[in-house]
Design a protein around this ligand. Sequence first.
Ligand code: HEC
Ligand code: HEC
Ligand code: HEC
Ligand code: HEC
Ligand code: HEC
Length: 404
Amino acid sequence: MRRIILTVGVMVWMFTGMVMASGPLGKKWESNKNCEACHQEISKKWETSRHSNSHFSKNDLFKKSLEYIVRKNPTMILDEVKVECAQCHNPRLAKRDVSNEEKVGLLLEDDQTKKHFHAILENKTMKNGINCMVCHNIDEIHLDKKKGSGGMNSVKFGPQGTMFGPFADAVSPYHKTEQRAHFVGDKPTLCFVCHYSQKNAHGLEVYATGKEYDQFKTGEEGCKECHMSKKRKGVASNFAPAGEKPKARMMRAHRFASVDNSNILNDFVDVKGTTDGDKFVITLKNRAPHKIPTGYGLRKIILKVTFLDKNDKVLAKKRYVLGTKWVDEKGKETIPHLAVKVAKDTRMDGKSTNAYRFPIPDGAVYAKYSFSYRLIPEGLAKELGITDPFFLREYTFSEQRVHL
Ligand code: HEC
Ligand code: HEC
Ligand code: HEC
Ligand code: HEC
Ligand code: HEC
């Protein structure tokens, strides 16, 4: 009798284990710190990426956007919006929908409901962002391009102890390993889980990097060559069984290069200033297979020209901004997630070259020109109440001075 009860106990345990495959992660898999001892370099690189800051507790812009959305829409509930956005920003969330009962609980500020949401939204795994277990536990990808990226709704996670990766012959003492096609080669399939496209409540597309790629790509170059790195020799794990050396592998850097942790704009966008009659011309060549700026709709690339006379006195300052302007029903500038219309779009297409012309004032002898980037415009940063200098500063990529 005792034995039967035990067996049932084990079966119940196994069953919950199976259900938990897509539910909350066990202690062994909570954060990148569980992997760091053996995947030191990968883990340290990943920590420099925006993927490691995707939780609202670590991202002032994301946090203030959530609060702003609720402030502008009194019918929305903060925790409900957090659950919706977590699909891509924190896909290991142990919840897909908010029930009517829970909505009532949140509106009434019921203690139990509040505690429950706090527990699922603010645990260690959630705060760790788009971490190792988000990507490497993805068993299957089912992306419907017509609907756009679904984040956790576009994937099937595997059992928690299995790491899917690019190798067919990896052996680890900590976890099982299995090869999956979405880690091999150059295809962008894995990135499209979140970066293909997404529409806001008004049907406007707020991110469309993958869609742009499908429009502008000239080969199947994917995303990893630029945003991770070219394949190079290294070791996937610094661990090796006693008496052996770690295997030499061809691998890429886990940097997910963005404007703040890399030189990606200088590496793939060529900038040149020349004179053409009475015009100063800045030519930009975008070698990326997507628009620039791409991704989150408030990014701006700023071209600035200052004309100086022979004594270096400033004669004129000009600027041109590449980016998108989003407006609400009243035509007032707002964030992409609340916009009903794109009022202006001056971004550059993927794989294209554009010339920007600035009239040269009389007496000008020198021109100084620069190429910089803003994550969010100053006006909206103020409106949202952003205080983190990371989002307030301008990232300058190149500055030149030429004789006209
Ligand atoms: C599970 C969803 C998800 C997957 C899969 C994913 N990303 Fe991301 N990625 C995000 C989110 C969300 C952000 C924004 C994080 C933030 O800034 O808080 C982001 C940010 C980035 C950024 C930085 C952009 C910036 O704002 O500066 C780059 C670059 C990037 N991802 C590249 C990739 C590449 C390349 C892949 C495929 C190898 C990939 N991502 C896979 C969700 C994902
Ligand atoms: C946004 C998705 C994403 C995240 C997050 C991520 N990886 Fe990866 N990882 C990849 C991709 C894609 C590859 C395959 C790269 C290639 O083409 O060789 C890879 C490859 C690997 C490899 C094989 C060696 C190599 O570089 O090819 C290991 C080991 C690995 N990742 C461990 C980790 C660990 C540990 C973390 C967390 C610190 C992590 N990964 C976070 C996408 C991700
Ligand atoms: C005790 C050491 C150890 C720990 C801890 C560890 N790994 Fe590994 N992992 C390895 C070894 C060894 C390999 C195989 C390396 C090789 O074959 O080149 C490996 C391989 C991998 C691969 C490649 C699998 C494939 O088939 O391509 C991924 C992905 C991976 N680990 C992710 C993780 C993640 C995520 C964590 C943390 C949750 C983690 N590992 C924790 C030792 C470890
Ligand atoms: C030839 C190199 C190259 C390739 C290939 C490439 N990118 Fe980029 N990517 C760039 C450059 C340069 C930037 C910086 C300019 C910008 O922000 O638009 C960038 C910026 C980004 C950003 C960040 C925008 C932000 O908000 O800071 C994301 C996200 C991104 N790329 C995703 C992707 C994805 C997904 C793919 C594959 C479908 C891809 N990229 C392929 C060069 C590349
Ligand atoms: C379909 C996947 C997806 C969903 C759902 C999603 N996002 Fe994002 N989000 C992304 C990706 C991918 C990026 C990175 C794009 C980039 O910066 O180029 C991003 C970036 C952002 C950024 C910029 C963060 C930074 O560090 O600069 C903000 C703010 C943001 N999202 C807000 C939201 C809000 C608010 C919601 C919910 C209403 C939401 N997102 C839902 C995929 C998603």
